[in-house]
Design a protein. Sequence first.
Length: 93
Amino acid sequence: MTIAGSIILIMLGAILTWAVEFDLAGLDINIVGVVLMLGGVAGLLFGLYRISLTRRAVGPIDEPVHRHEVYEEPDTRRTTVYEERRRVDEPPL
């Protein structure tokens, strides 16, 4: 579950808990909202934990990076000039 999915679950649970006044036989909408919010919080914590593990696993680089600046003369470019010539009696395009 991604972090965005977890936030969507939390928002949906909050809407069902506090904003919906609807009754179904044998189903409490408020409890469904609380369960969705708890699932969203658990998914959010797991997603953040997984991101922190990924960032820690990369670690620092032991060898320094040597960069050499190389400058080469660019090749001379050819430019082509196109001319359009029309006679006076030709209709415009």
